[in-house]
Ligand binder design. Structure first.
Ligand code: CA
Length: 226
């Protein structure tokens, strides 16, 4: 049974999430502030942490930062719509995903399952990546979409490989820039958009309605989960 730690100070939300997760077959432990969340994470060794960003004592971003110094436990942040920049910082600190409040518990459970699935899959070690009808031969730097070879630039290849290795995972522009070995400045981040546009023209049947490389509004991009 997978164990989920919920760190949330709002009693109603914590209870709703706990009940839903138990019903979905998860073992649940809880904390209501940052420091005890951190202590619980260390003592209980959960398989996943659902972490509210606005917490007393120590906020969710600080909890994430401290956790990531020693642990790669999957983290899903609970965020308010007004916390857009925090969301981005959280993803850059290493959180795996976020869910905006108010959220449906069903959606949260689906996200938890998706992140656990990714965490269980071996990452990066292989010589090739396959997602649906996309296949990438890494040593040959060769990409095929629906059996057809697609010619990509080095940058487009690196962007696509980064995202396709973990379908469904959201990458911020700064993280994608990092994958392109670029430097993170706001103006350069816009260059990510330009490369994504070119990549879509090459691999999307309809670049105006992308089905593979998806925009996550206000945050970045992800490769579509199957
Ligand atoms: Ca809160």
């Amino acid at each position: 049974m997978k164990k989920v730690l919920i760190v949330e100070d709002e009693v109603k939300i914590a209870r709703l999430v706990r009940d839903y997760l138990r019903q979905a077959g998860f073992d649940v432990v809880e904390a209501t502030d940052g420091p005890s969340g951190l202590a619980m994470a260390r003592a209980e060794k959960p398989d996943m942490i659902v972490l509210d960003l606005g917490l007393p004592g120590m906020d969710g971003l600080d909890v994430t930062r401290q956790l990531r110094a020693t642990s790669s436990v999957p983290i899903i942040m609970l965020t308010a719509r007004t916390e857009e920049s925090d969301r981005i910082v959280g993803l850059e600190l290493g959180a795996d995903d976020y869910v905006d409040k108010p959220f449906s518990p069903k959606e949260l459970v689906a996200r938890i399952r998706a992140v656990l699935r990714r965490a269980d899959a071996t990452i990066g070690g292989g010589e090739s990546v396959t997602v649906g009808d996309l296949s990438i031969d890494i040593p040959k730097r060769r990409v095929e979409v629906a059996g057809e070879v697609v010619e990509l630039t080095t940058t487009e290849f690196d962007l696509l490989l980064t995202m396709a290795r973990q379908p469904g995972r959201i990458y911020t522009r700064a993280q994608l820039l990092d994958a392109m070995h670029g430097v993170s400045f706001e103006s350069y981040e816009r260059s990510v958009d330009a490369h994504i546009k070119n990549l879509r023209r090459k691999i999307e049947p309809d670049p105006k309605r992308p089905a593979r490389v998806l925009t996550v509004y206000g945050v970045g991009y992800k490769y579509a989960d199957e």
